[in-house]
Each structure stands twice: as C-alpha cells, then as structure tokens.
Design a protein around this ligand. Structure first.
Ligand SMILES: Nc1nc2c(ncn2[C@@H]2O[C@H](COP(=O)(O)OP(=O)(O)OP(=O)(O)O)[C@@H](O)[C@H]2O)c(=O)[nH]1
Ligand SMILES: [Mg+2]
Length: 341
C-alpha cells in the first residue's frame, strides 16, 4: 500500500486528479480516495480544507509516504510557494511534481513552466522530484503517474519490512462511534504489528484500549503490519474522548513543554520569544507559546537554534518526530520552522 497526498495551490487540479486516481472513501477536511490493482493499493489524500487552513495539508503530508505536488499549466501561485516551503520543512520521503491541466496549454509553455519549477525547487527538499505533465481531459500522463506510484509502492513495501518488528505506532486520523460495535478508529500503521485482542495504550490520553477487531479494505483480518491502513474497533476508550492525532502506541513521551532543535523556513518565517504559534506533530496540532530562543537568530533562513515551547494541549511524540511551527495569521506564507526534540 502506498499513501499519497495531493499538494498544490488553489485550482491546481488536486481534486480532479485524485478522483481519477481512485474511488472516493472517507470524507472530512481531507478526502481519501482508494485504488487497488492486484497487490498494489493506492490511498490518496486530498486536503480539501487547504489553503483556507494549513492543517489538512500538514496532516496529509504527515500521513503519507509520497507527495504529488500539482501545479496548473496556467502557472504558479503564492500557495504553491507555501507548499514548496512546507515540503522543505517536513521533507517527505518521496515526491512527484505534476503539471496539471496541460490540455489548456501547449508543450512549449509546459516545458518553460517545468524549467521554472526546477529553478524554484533547486536546493530544497523537492530538488530532483520527477515532473510528469498530466491532463484529466486528454488523460495525458495519468497512467504514467499511476505507474510511478505503483513503483513507489513496491519500493515502500521493502522499506516497511524493517518497521514490522518495531513497537507499534498508529496515529488516528478519523474516529467515530458505530452502533453495536462501539469506538472505531482509522489510521496507518507507521510501525509494528497489531493483533486482535492486543491491549495497547492511547496517547496523550494514557488510557488502555483492547483491539476488538481489525478491518483492512473493508475485510476482517486478524493482524495488520507497518504500512497497512486499518480500521480498529476499540474497547476501553470512547470516540468522544479521542482527537485526530491521538496515537495508539507502545510508548510515547507526553508533554506540554518542549525543547526543539529548529531550522527556519526559507524565504520567510521570522518569529520571536513571546510569539503565539501553531504547532503540529504527527496528526496532532495545538496553539503554543514560544517561551525562549537560544543560539543563532531565528530570522536567517536555514539557521539552527533551540526553541522552548509551551503548548496549550499535551502532545505525544517519539524522539525523532518532526514538529512544525506555523503562524496562522500570516496571509502569504504560514510556515515558520521545523524541528525535533
Ligand atoms: N481542462 C482541464 N481542466 C481541469 C483539469 N483538471 C482540473 N480542471 C479544472 O480546473 C479547476 C480546478 O480543478 P480542481 O481539481 O478543483 O483543483 P483543486 O486544486 O482541487 O482546487 P481547489 O481545491 O479549489 O483549490 C476545475 O474547474 C476543474 O474542472 C484538466 O486536466 N483539464
Ligand atoms: Mg480541491
């Protein structure tokens, strides 16, 4: 299975392309699309609430192995720039750029836009991402894009093998109550193996839950492993006590004060001690206060320094987890910095 998120500015063709890649499933501020071909399963996240809010896109990137960055053949907009900055902060493992709506343009203009994107992403985490022109009208490139995603699925299957024996971690992306079944959560198994009747902790709640049943692609299974998307029926917790980003895990640190080793966003991203920011980690998010900054000034792009943070809500994390700081009121570019504990 390969988890893909669509990224890109307004009207960049994200939703139309997602709907051509898979069949619509779960819907909230993100919409999930699924497609199965033999052993290959694609799940595609369309962050429909973006760009109004950055959260759906940040969640999408943090729940995916691959980002498909869409740029309309009609050109780049400010939000496309914001997406490039986000990719550079979160550094997704794999990415593909697609120039969409090519039927509305011409090959010469597409080639020119392709050069412009290459220049803009040079030196960022997106440098080297393959560029595939697509159109959902003429179907140019759509099969090529699908084939590339299947190739990545095969590669990821090998990468996930080493995660199967690790302690279990499943961030919850959706949760609800089902009559007669109880609390059901949806999420990706980031690492480890989960079995029916396993007793696991839910963080930051620090409450134990027993796995009553496991579903994958609407079928009941006894076990799921790293890389799988699952639906779990849980005993011991209630849907109303959960939030997106709560994590079913063997072990997490839970805290509301953090010390992060941070790197500032390119182009912009200034912030100071005393600033109110919005913090993201995994699929969790919370308002937070910057209580102190040590080391090189947080104004120069790509500089490294230490940031002290006090969050409004407790967050659950593991040592390598990437935190993201943003300022929601900045009209142009909302991402400030990323860092690890
Ligand atoms: N001609 C043509 N139009 C397209 C193509 N893909 C999308 N469109 C149109 O372009 C517009 C934007 O497409 P969407 O898929 O909604 O783009 P989006 O990025 O999801 O847009 P927002 O979520 O609203 O920011 C719509 O009117 C689509 O019908 C394409 O390949 N060819
Ligand atoms: Mg859309």
């Amino acid at each position: 299975m390969v988890n893909v998120t669509m990224a890109g500015g307004e009207k960049s063709g994200k939703t139309t392309l997602a709907s051509k890649l898979g069949k619509k499933g779960t819907e909230s501020d993100i919409t999930l699309y699924n497609f199965t071909k033999g052993e290959n399963i694609l799940t595609i996240v369309d962050p429909i609430g973006y760009p109004k809010s950055p959260k759906p896109l940040v969640n999408g990137v943090n729940m995916s192995d691959v980002v498909v960055f869409c740029v309309s053949a009609t050109g780049l907009d400010a939000r496309a720039g914001e997406c490039i900055i986000l990719m550079d902060l979160l550094r997704p493992r794999h990415g593909i750029i697609t120039i969409t709506r090519t039927d509305e343009s011409n090959p010469y203009a597409v080639e020119e836009l392709s050069s412009k994107i290459k220049a803009l992403t040079k030196g960022t985490a997106m440098e080297g991402w393959e560029i595939i022109p697509t159109s959902t009208k003429s179907f140019e490139g759509v099969d090529r894009l699908k084939d590339r995603l299947f190739e990545l699925d095969n590669l990821l299957k090998k990468e996930y093998v080493s995660h199967v024996s690790k302690p279990v971690r499943i961030p919850i992306d959706h949760h609800f109550n089902v009559t007669g079944i109880g609390c059901v959560v949806l999420g990706y198994v980031l690492q480890g193996t989960v079995n029916i009747h396993d007793k696991l902790m839910v963080y930051p709640l620090k409450q134990e839950a027993e796995v009553r049943s496991i579903q994958m692609q609407d079928n009941d299974v006894k076990q799921s492993k790293a890389g799988d998307r699952v639906g779990l029926a849980l005993k011991g917790v209630q849907s109303k006590d959960l939030d997106r980003g709560f994590i079913i895990s063997a072990s997490e640190t839970v805290a509301d004060t953090l010390k992060l080793k941070c790197r500032t966003a390119r182009f912009k991203g200034e912030f100071n001690a005393g600033d109110k920011v919005h913090l993201y980690v995994g699929l969790q998010s919370t308002p937070a206060l910057v209580t102190g900054i040590k080391g090189a000034a947080a104004t120069a792009s790509n500089s490294n320094y230490e940031v002290d943070i006090k969050t409004d809500k407790e967050v659950a994390y593991n040592p390598g987890d990437m935190f993201l700081l943003s300022k929601l009121d900045d009209p142009k570019q909302r991402f400030l910095a990323s860092g690890t504990p």
